[in-house]
Design a protein around this ligand. Structure first.
Ligand SMILES: [Cu+2]
Length: 142
């Protein structure tokens, strides 16, 4: 009995030690401080189906990939000094998600909102600088 107990303790010691090692070796891979801001692709998720915000700051949409439920109002906010004109792909016709088009450039502090009322994959871009782009996935409410 005591022999089994000793083996059991030894095993759990090894398991604990192993877990400790795994944790320790994994930590250097983690990005310090703010992984969301540092990552090249920021993914936002809205589960409420109500509202979501995408901030634009001098060439960067944050998040640039967003998943929302049908019926979500997405608001683009210009936080930077460069103008931004959010619009659906494909440039320059913006026909992929009809109606998703600010129709003019937003200056610093200005906003544009669009309600996504059906499931779709809506790539978007800055119509004034089409190389700046992102994507909004509109999913059915469950
Ligand atoms: Cu465009």
């Amino acid at each position: 009995m005591s022999k089994y107990l000793k083996v059991g303790l030894a095993l759990s010691g090894i398991i604990l030690f192993g877990a400790g090692c795994a944790k320790y070796s994994a930590s250097p891979l983690a990005t310090p401080a703010t992984p969301e801001a540092a990552a090249p692709t920021a993914i936002g998720e809205s589960q409420s189906g109500s509202e979501a915000v995408i901030e634009y700051n001098d060439g960067v949409f944050n998040p640039d990939t967003l998943r929302v439920l049908v019926g979500t109002k997405v608001t683009f906010v210009n936080k930077g000094t460069k103008e931004v004109w959010p619009a659906s792909g494909r440039h320059p016709t913006h026909e992929i998600c009809p109606g998703f088009d600010a129709l003019n450039g937003l200056k610093q502090g200005e906003t544009y909102s669009h309600v996504f009322d059906k499931t779709a994959e809506c790539p978007f871009h800055n119509h004034m600088m089409p190389t700046e782009h992102g994507s909004i996935e509109v999913k059915a409410a469950e």
